[in-house]
Design a protein around this ligand. Structure first.
Ligand SMILES: Cc1cc2nc3c(=O)[nH]c(=O)nc-3n(C[C@H](O)[C@H](O)[C@H](O)COP(=O)(O)O)c2cc1C
Length: 158
């Protein structure tokens, strides 16, 4: 069974809630999901997954330091994530969530990962301003289902 790793950083719980919502949607498509905080995640965890979803609070318009540190350490598996499916989501208090997501995408693209945009809704990935309690649930569901479908097409399993 294909495996999806969801890695997140969260201090006040907003990003964690989205990670769980997305995890439920991916699981609903029949994939195995592992949800981990960035500090407990290793580059080897990334290598072992077929798809990797990264969620971050917006910290000055970019991903949180714990996630950046994971990407810095991921040089240990450089070349081994090529072709895996990647995706990102972010929370913020006001704005900056799209630059946060795009920064995560940049790191994933340099690893050779495959990222799917969305022509409707949140184009880059699910976002929430504050607590994800309204339409975010639907965007997390949509993102998780589309992500799982891409993994099931065979991406990530080379
Ligand atoms: C150090 C720091 C920097 C932040 N920078 C921004 C920012 O640039 N823009 C913004 O809208 N919110 C910013 N925030 C707010 C968080 O992105 C927001 O509260 C987020 O939802 C927190 O996620 P969490 O509940 O998962 O910890 C910042 C918060 C902290 C602690």
């Amino acid at each position: 069974m294909a495996k999806v790793l969801i890695v997140y950083q969260s201090k006040s719980g907003n990003t964690e809630k989205m990670a769980k919502m997305i995890g439920e949607a991916v699981e609903g498509e029949g994939l195995h999901v592992e949800i981990k905080i960035a500090k407990d995640t290793t580059p080897e965890d990334m290598r072992a997954a077929d798809g990797i979803i990264v969620g971050s609070p917006t910290y000055y318009g970019v991903m949180g330091g714990e996630l950046k540190y994971l990407f810095d350490r991921s040089v240990a598996v450089h070349g081994k994530l090529d072709g895996k499916v990647g995706g990102a989501f972010a929370t913020a208090a006001v704005s900056g969530f799209e630059t946060t997501i795009r920064g995560i995408h940049d790191a994933m693209l340099i690893h050779g990962m495959v990222i799917q945009g969305d022509p409707s809704g949140n184009h880059y990935g699910p976002v929430s301003i504050g607590e994800p309690e309204g339409p975010e649930r639907e965007s997390c569901r949509r993102f998780g289902e589309r992500f799982a479908q891409l993994v099931m097409l065979g991406c990530g399993t080379k």
